[in-house]
Write a protein that binds this ligand. Structure first.
Ligand SMILES: [Zn+2]
Length: 118
C-alpha cells in the first residue's frame, strides 16, 4: 500500500518538473510508473535467483529495484531540456543593440551583423 502512495507522489513530482519545461505530464508519468514496475520486476527476478525463491531478499531487492526505477524516472524528468516555447520567450527579451535583430539567450555575438553581445 505504501508503494502506491510513493509512486503517486513521484508521478506528481515528475509531472510538476516536466510541466515547468512546457511539456505534457501524462506521458512522463506513464514512464515513471513503467520504470518503477520494471525495476520492481527486475529486482524481484534477481532476488528470486539469489534466494532460490524464498526469504526476504526477494522482497527487499524488488523494493530496491523499484526505487532505482523511480529515481531514474526522476533524473530523466530533471534532465529534460525545455521545449521551444520557453526558449522563444527568452529570445524576445533581448535584441541586438546595433541592428535590432532578436537574439537567443546566451549568444555572444549577433548572427546578423556580428556585433558582440553584452
Ligand atoms: Zn546585430
Amino acid at each position: 500500500m505504501i508503494e502506491i502512495i510513493i509512486v503517486w507522489q513521484l508521478c506528481k513530482s515528475v509531472g510538476r518538473i516536466v510541466r515547468e519545461k512546457g511539456r505534457k505530464a501524462i506521458g512522463w508519468q506513464f514512464m515513471t510508473v513503467g520504470l518503477w514496475l520494471g525495476g520492481e520486476i527486475a529486482g524481484a527476478v534477481v532476488g528470486a535467483v539469489i534466494s532460490g525463491g524464498e526469504g526476504a531478499s526477494l522482497y527487499v531487492l524488488a523494493l530496491v529495484g523499484a526505487a532505482g526505477g523511480g529515481a531514474l524516472a526522476y533524473v530523466i524528468a530533471k534532465s529534460l531540456p525545455p521545449l521551444n516555447e520557453s526558449v522563444e520567450q527568452e529570445m524576445s527579451d533581448t535584441a541586438c543593440e546595433s541592428c535590432g535583430e532578436p537574439l537567443e539567450a546566451f549568444v555572444r555575438a549577433c548572427p546578423m551583423c556580428g556585433e558582440p553581445v553584452g
